[in-house]
Design a binder for this molecule. Sequence first.
Ligand code: CP3
Length: 339
Amino acid sequence: MKPILIQHLEGEAIGRFPVWMMRQAGRYLPEYREIRSRHSFWEMVTLPEVAAEVSLQPIRRYPLDAVIFFSDILTLPYSLGIPIELVESIGPVNHRPLASELDFGIFDAFQPSRETRYVGGALRLIREQLPADKALLGFAGAPWTVGCYLIEGKSSKTFEKTLTWMYRDEASLVNSLRTLAGATRKYLDWQIQNGADAVQVFDTWLSHMPREFFAKHYLGLLNEIFNSLPVPVVFFAQKAHHLIDLFVELNANVLSVDSLVSLERVDQLTRGKFSLQGNLDPMVLFSDVPTVRRRTRALVETARRLSRPAILNLGHGVLPGTPLESVEAFVQEASTLWV
Ligand code: CP3
């Protein structure tokens, strides 16, 4: 049996929309916090049994249609020895920022079966325990977003180092991102070999990329990754509204949409080319259960009017502190049969 989410993307009628949540394995869950209190973040990522356990926690509680394996978009650079630390209240910090094409050469040597064997192990363990009707999702950070973290050293408001590099020496930044894209492609392929049914590529900081750079250089790099993958590809960009019409050139299957723009607007701007995923504001989950139900029902109605089969999700990751009863109301309302 194929996972329901995959059947749905292939156009089979399942009578409802598949649902999962970005960051569904995370700190809003008490059982996550319990394990996290005993392990560092990188321990959790690199111990397959722990990563698999945490990945499966959300489906033990909620009838979600997919499990995304527990890891991070910075696991790939971390696996090559780049000193990335998760610092409380700052987020991921790279203690040795990359500053040249030569520095990015480190990604040429990336062999996923050597550097990220634990990721393959975690995926196989999840697949063994996962019911066949649930999809297993692999993921990676997109070269721009991972590149931004590595160049800036941490998340940034201005992306000063990355953007000044781009304006000063565009060609060498493009070459650097191309090297990183090559490693990303191998990494996703490794996840597929180990059981991922689909993959999501996260480009959280695409909001800061000039349109010209996207059209001239970056679109092609993304497509080099997407074209080589034998499973459905989901592309997530956040607040990259200045680029949505250009997304029509992307060879992804699904666009994951943030909460500031409507799914219908994205459908129009991309001329019905993609299945859309999204896009309840994670902040709605902090309101109250009736509001969550009402907003989720409205989202379902919107999804029914789209050109292609949609996947219901949040517009961004579930936030720490999210009330569990809101998550339950969202998943239940989202997965209600409508035919
Ligand atoms: O459940 C899942 O979605 C799977 C696991 C996952 C994590 N991070 C776990 C994690 C995924 C898919 C990510 C992606 C990720 N990581 C993105 C792209 C998506 C997005 O949210 O925009 C980005 C930008 C990162 C970088 C990163 N890693 C940030 C900003 C943080 C949070 C910092 C903080 O303190 O909130 C991390 C750490 C991280 N990755 C946590 C989790 C559950 C929190 C770890 C903890 O302290 O326990």
